[in-house]
Write a protein that binds this ligand. Structure first.
Ligand code: ZN
Length: 318
């Protein structure tokens, strides 16, 4: 199940598909409404490439000006579809300017199994490190949201489908342990296809390791907020992502363990509409809130404010 996330097709969509698509000839956009200058020029020629992105929501498919999309934190202004966002962009959108001190920035995976398949793991790592400018699929560090210092980990789906190998597990574990040592809350923003199969058992061990560190963190009565973004699945959802004191998701995020087709085949039954979406999970009590990306920083600050007071006595009811 998790392996499907690493298939060439999925990864190809994330990396090879152009982020920018020229507007369809029938698209009604302000850009297209300007009078034609030349008589016979095609519309495609008039629009410089690299300016527009087509909304990935099939019900919307609006052409969005790239600058507008960036300013809107990669959320479609027409339908509020949340595009994937890089770890660095997300950190920038969450923490106070210049407050983030990255940890373990140079930690890289070792190809212990000397895994070779369609492509060697080592080659894949090299290629993704070049295209994403990341060393692995997570960035961790200490930063500030409002007045609150916190330990923040943010995953990036663009690096091998956000898969959790030994580096993701180790960096998150060190982050959580730093949070425990310094008495800080932990926030982890997840997006992942699951455990990294190229590292076999070493990647699966990270599930227990991260949860073990979180258990010590919880023992110190420190809050842990888990933020689930599209998609958060498999080994990540089955470990640290699902054990938050508060579990928050972005709108429309796909969240689950196995993919819907696997579940459908296994249970031999039709799945309810909207199955494995953030909205479905909220209705069924598996997550606590859905927060749009633009409100996330403010809402996290409110939650931190509330939970930071968690050590005080609960006021008597009434
Ligand atoms: Zn849209």
């Amino acid at each position: 199940m998790a392996t499907t996330s690493f298939s060439k097709k999925t990864l190809g969509i994330e990396t090879a598909e152009p982020a920018v698509t020229p507007p369809a000839s029938g698209a009604e956009t302000g850009f297209l409404k300007k009078p034609k200058l030349g008589g016979g020029k095609s519309r495609k020629r008039e629009i410089p490439e690299g300016l527009w992105t087509k909304c990935r929501n099939p019900k919307c498919e609006a052409m969005v000006f790239d600058k507008e999309l960036d300013e809107n934190l990669k959320v479609c202004p027409k339908c509020q579809y949340h595009f994937s966002i890089s770890a660095r962009e997300r950190i920038h959108s969450l923490v106070e300017t210049c407050s983030f001190e990255e940890m373990d920035a140079d930690m890289v995976s070792v190809d212990v199994l000397q895994f070779t398949g369609v492509a060697a793991y080592k080659d894949k790592l090299d290629a993704y490190q070049k295209t994403t400018r990341l060393k692995d699929a997570v960035i961790t560090g200490i930063g500030k949201i409002g007045e609150h210092r916190l330990a923040l980990g943010v995953m990036d789906f663009a690096f091998l489908g956000g898969s959790m190998g030994s580096v993701v597990g180790e960096k998150l574990t060190r982050l959580i342990e730093a949070g425990t040592d310094k008495g800080l809350p932990v926030i982890i923003v997840s997006t992942s296809g699951g455990a990294r199969m190229y590292e076999g058992m070493f990647s699966l061990m990270q599930m227990a390791k991260t949860c073990g560190a979180l258990a010590y963190h919880a023992k110190s009565k420190l809050p842990y907020l888990s933020v689930l973004t599209n998609p958060t699945t498999a080994g990540v959802m089955a470990s640290f992502a699902s054990v938050g004191d508060l579990i928050i998701a972005e709108p429309g995020a796909m969240i689950g363990f196995a993919g819907p087709r696997v579940i459908k085949d296994t249970t031999q039954s039709e799945l309810p509409p909207g199955f494995q979406t953030a909205e479905f999970l909220l209705d069924h009590g598996l997550i606590d809130a859905i927060v749009p990306r633009k409100e996330m920083k403010q809402r996290l600050a409110v939650y931190l404010e509330f939970l930071a007071e968690g050590k005080r006595e609960v006021p008597a009811a009434g």
